[in-house]
Design a protein around this ligand. Structure first.
Ligand code: MG
Ligand code: ZN
Length: 274
């Protein structure tokens, strides 16, 4: 549906693990990072410096990324939501390189119209360089709920501001982490928040339920995510149909003088979606 935007977090939402941890563990650096952790800030930039210093290449990283765990229902669900016409986005504190490598491998990169994540590039020495989404030293985002490099709530606000008022576009947001709480507060009435049950965002939402305007539908795994997401898309599509029918109906009355009286026609459609 053109009127529905679906925004996915990536780690532990689309894939079933944290991509940074996966790369470190699978390249055999778990112990090294455990030792380094107290001495350096844990971020992707530092992580890649260490990985390359240990002689690992971009191809080594790609090979590991292609083996990430993903629920078997996730790819078909994303393809289905895309086929239904939803505008699909990713909003993630991982990085563009990890996300694109995985989506490419899964054959679903083209399902997404926009990926918002920490930028990355491969430098002249073949090393992956990752930089923060927000240059927090020069332009801090000022949100106390979010890590300095990314406020997902501000990104959701920016996307909302791009909607034309007539479009009546609605959002479905899916996520698991504490960083997905801020954007859940920006969702409006008629939007849907889909937090992963018993993950940090779920706990935050349970503690602050009254702060959210969106309807909340928790999910535990890819199977439940599929059922809820497709049901919501279906429900929202039907609502849109009512709105379009209402416009058609007015048109009929004025110009065509159709046989079906408008109020009855609308009442019938309204009942069918309840
Ligand atoms: Mg996540
Ligand atoms: Zn924020």
């Amino acid at each position: 549906m053109a009127g529905i935007m679906v925004i996915f977090d990536f780690d532990k939402t689309i894939i079933d693990l944290d991509s940074d941890n996966w790369v470190v563990d699978e390249l055999g650096f778990t112990e090294l990072f455990d030792q380094l952790l107290p001495t350096m800030p844990w971020n992707s930039l530092m992580m890649m410096k260490v990985v390359h210093a240990q002689g690992k290449t971009i191809e080594d990283i790609k090979e590991v990324l292609r083996r990430v765990a993903i629920h078997p229902m996730m790819v078909p669900t994303i393809k289905k939501a895309h086929a239904l016409g939803c505008d699909m986005r990713i909003l993630s504190d991982a990085n563009i390189f990890f996300i694109e490598t995985i989506l490419d491998h899964l054959g679903i990169k083209d399902c997404f119209s926009e990926i918002n994540s920490n930028p990355s590039f491969v430098d002249e020495d073949g090393r992956l360089r990752i930089s923060p989404y927000v240059d927090f030293l020069k332009f801090p985002h000022g949100c106390k709920l979010c890590p300095p490099n990314m406020c997902k709530g501000k990104i959701v606000e920016r996307i909302q501001a791009s909607f034309s008022p007539e479009s009546k576009k609605k959002m479905i947001y899916l996520g698991d982490g504490a960083g997905d709480f801020c954007p859940s507060l920006r969702l409006k009435e008629g939007d849907y928040m889909m937090p992963r049950k018993n993950f940090p965002v779920w706990d935050l939402i349970c503690e602050n339920r009254s702060l959210l305007e969106a309807d909340i539908h928790g999910w535990a795994d890819g199977e439940e995510l599929k059922q809820i997401l497709l049901k919501l898309i279906n429900k929202m599509s039907n609502l849109n149909t009512v709105q379009i029918s209402s416009i058609d109906c007015k048109f009929e009355t004025i110009h065509v003088n159709g046989n079906e009286p408008c109020p009855h026609h609308l009442e019938f459609i309204s009942k069918s979606i309840l």
